[in-house]
Design a protein around this ligand. Structure first.
Ligand SMILES: NC(=O)c1ccc[n+]([C@@H]2O[C@H](COP(=O)([O-])OP(=O)(O)OC[C@H]3O[C@@H](n4cnc5c(N)ncnc54)[C@H](O)[C@@H]3O)[C@@H](O)[C@H]2O)c1
Ligand SMILES: O=C(O)C[C@H](O)C(=O)O
Length: 358
């Protein structure tokens, strides 16, 4: 073969690798793109996961960590800005999942078709001085629109909802799905895992243990007093002084605010949240795969209290939430905390429901 044609072949091979990885391209005639598309379609067996809000502070590290998850075969990254760059970047990681980017409302449905799990960190974060409820006016509409598309394109997908205020956005999602006739309470989970992650960390510090060996149930909801750590049920079993209980309860309930203040206007927790979201998504995927004994805390449709939604331990399985576990025995301090939590939760849940019903 002539040396020049060898060089041309090498250049063509290199060019193929330099094609942008946003695979929402129509031109299948190009053999280079065909090669990329074929590989994408024939990716390793596993679950198809979409992240909505994938270019954000949580979305980017969440995308990176989901690309590393061996249970994921296809990863769709959707946002209203910047997905081409984030997709190009993450797609270069030499892990199994095939990554595709989707930009803007007109590509939302394509991002969702065929998904097994949809993770939603879309929406604005807090600045110092704000409550999570102050985000309602912007985030309620975003969550509603995204859930309408989920109901249409992947009604059987498990939904992990991160956008705040979770105590209201989960009821909003449920109402949207009810309206569409697709509501399955087992498949809608508000992500409260960061509260558990923080509780494990802070309790481990006090006890002088490795946080990986600590398990703290956190129930109720995801804002201020609705975040209720059950310190009487910590594993391994241990006793705290009243001072330690006050300190730990306050720190766990205000962990989000601690980060918002430290970031001083540059947003809220993103890295620890991405870690928590991936831990939770991985538990959901292991449940979908059929693994047994997967128990995590989440804010779900619930009959554990008189409220329609409540965070507690749930058992995850092939259909999502297979069982909502009871709270177990509470001490006096926790019973008082529960009453305060329920009062605030009731109002936040009602606010979410009326937003869709109005
Ligand atoms: N559940 C929790 O424990 C928890 C923890 C941390 C943050 N949060 C919440 O998560 C949300 C995101 O936080 P962040 O720090 O990543 O914010 P961010 O502003 O960095 O990112 C949000 C992303 O959402 C995108 N977005 C906005 N509207 C959208 C739409 N209609 N469709 C798709 N994407 C859209 C933005 O373009 C942006 O890329 C906030 O509401 C925050 O309060 C929840
Ligand atoms: O505190 C926030 O606003 C973000 C999140 O809910 C958190 O708990 O870190």
């Amino acid at each position: 073969m002539h040396p020049t044609s060898n060089v041309n072949q090498r250049i063509a091979r290199i060019a193929a690798h330099l094609q942008p990885p946003n695979l929402q391209m129509e031109d299948d005639a190009s053999s280079n793109l065909n090669r990329v598309n074929c590989r994408a379609k024939g990716g390793a067996t596993g679950f198809k996961v979409a992240i909505l809000g994938a270019a954000g502070g949580i979305g980017q590290p969440l995308g990176l960590l989901m690309k590393m998850n061996p249970l994921v075969s296809v990863l769709h990254l959707y946002d209203v800005v910047n997905t081409p760059g984030v997709t190009a970047d993450i797609s270069h990681m030499d892990t199994g999942a095939v990554v595709r980017g989707f930009l803007g409302q007109q590509q939302l449905e394509d991002a969702l078709i065929g998904m097994d799990l949809v993770i939603i960190p879309a929406g604005v974060p807090r600045k110092p001085g704000m409550t999570r409820d102050d985000l309602f006016n912007i985030n309620a509409g975003i969550v509603k629109t995204l859930c309408e598309a989920i109901a249409k394109c992947c009604p059987k997908a498990i939904v992990n909802l991160i956008s705040n205020p979770v105590n209201s956005t989960v009821p909003i999602a449920a109402e949207v799905f009810k309206r569409a006739g697709t509501y399955d309470p087992k498949r809608l989970l508000g992500v409260t895992m960061l509260d558990v992650v923080r509780a494990n960390t802070f309790v481990a510090e006090v006890l002088g243990l490795d946080p990986r060996d600590v398990d703290v149930p956190v129930v109720g909801g995801h804002a201020g007093v609705t975040i209720l750590p059950l310190l009487s049920q910590v594993k391994p079993p241990c006793a705290f002084t009243p001072k330690e209980i006050d300190y730990l309860t306050d720190r766990i309930q205000n962990g989000g605010t601690e980060v918002v203040e430290a970031k001083a206007g540059a947003g809220s927790a993103t890295l620890s949240m991405a870690y928590a979201a991936v831990k939770f998504a991985d538990a959901c995927l292991r449940g979908l795969r059929g693994d047994s004994g997967i128990i995590e805390c989440a804010f779900v449709d619930s009959q554990v209290t008189e409220l329609p939604f409540f965070a507690s331990k749930v058992r995850l399985g092939r259909c999502g939430v297979e069982e909502v576990l009871p709270l177990g025995p509470l001490n006096e301090y926790e019973r008082e905390g529960l009453e305060k939590a329920k009062k605030e939760l009731a109002a936040s849940i009602e606010k979410g429901i009326s937003f869709v019903r109005k």
